[in-house]
Ligand binder design. Structure first.
Ligand SMILES: C[S@@+](CC[C@H](N)C(=O)[O-])C[C@H]1O[C@@H](n2cnc3c(N)ncnc32)[C@H](O)[C@@H]1O
Length: 258
């Protein structure tokens, strides 16, 4: 199965292919805010920041943000298209975060953790740069909790390709726990409003910026897009179903608080 090459053509279409609406940003800001320390400003790390889809919103909501991103194409797109006075983007990766110890109050990993190959090292780095009491917000899928996505059913073996990118929740908790982080009780579920129509989602999906679509054979992608187009032709203006989205939250114990 091919991996996702973010320095290939994907970075050109990523921002358009993965665009979010204002209602969706508001729902994410609310969900993040519920798990972060209450004081403001907070220093934030957007790890695997990509084209900067979340960094400016994090800066507006919580305080200054550093976006760390290994792909030059993705990072340069972020610098060009999502400039913000309280955001700076740095080259780096989860395995080598270019920040001092205890530099940030939270770290957001938004659909980036499954790309990290050195997970033990990445978890240790995240624990290192978090302050005591700091929080890891890990928006990810888990292979034992995969959602039944209305559009994915049209792609041959789509569900298998999707699940193969992820690991079970218990394994991810174990990796972060081994680095000294403590899980928030229970997996967080973020209720996303239905902000788009099937037609809008189809136009984004056909740009093939989702890793699941990148990793399937070209023939399966084409077959799925054709089948999906037939459904969307009938229901172009129908709102997509609401989604209940998984997010793992872990925190770095604050010894001083005990
Ligand atoms: C699906 S994109 C998500 C980007 C952004 N967080 C968002 O939600 O739009 C995954 C990102 O993870 C980055 N990535 C890949 N390997 C990584 C690593 N080892 N450490 C940090 N980020 C990594 C990729 O370059 C890519 O920009």
């Amino acid at each position: 199965m091919p991996t996702t090459d973010y320095d290939g053509p994907i970075h050109r279409d990523y921002a358009r292919g993965r665009a979010l609406k204002a209602e969706q940003y508001a729902a994410w800001a609310d969900a993040f805010g519920q798990h972060l320390p209450g004081r403001r400003p907070l220093d934030g790390l957007d790890l695997g920041s990509g084209t900067g889809r979340f960094s400016p919103m994090l800066a507006d909501s919580f305080g200054p943000v550093v976006g760390v991103e290994p792909s030059t194409g993705m990072r340069e797109t972020a610098e060009r298209s999502s400039a913000h006075e309280d955001v700076r983007y740095l080259p780096g990766s989860a395995e080598e975060i270019p920040l001092e110890d205890a530099a940030v109050d939270y770290c957001l990993l938004f659909l980036a953790w499954h790309h990290v190959t050195g997970r033990s090292q990445g978890a240790a780095e995240i624990a290192r740069v978090l302050r005591p009491g700091g929080v890891l917000l890990c928006r990810a899928q888990f292979s034992d909790l995969m959602p039944d996505l209305w559009w994915l059913r049209h792609f041959p073996h789509g569900a298998e390709v999707d699940a193969a990118m992820y690991r079970p929740l218990s394994e991810e908790i174990e990796t972060f726990s081994a680095a000294g982080l403590v899980p928030w009780p229970g997996l967080v579920r973020v209720e996303m409003p239905s902000a788009e129509t099937k037609g809008e989602v189809f136009e984004r999906l056909r740009l093939r910026t989702l890793s699941t679509l990148v990793r399937m054979p070209d023939a399966d992608f084409r077959a799925g897009i054709a089948a999906l187009e037939a459904e969307v032709e009938r229901d172009r203006d129908v709102p997509v179903p609401r989604e209940s989205i998984t997010m793992l939250v872990m925190s770095k114990p604050d010894e001083a608080a005990y």
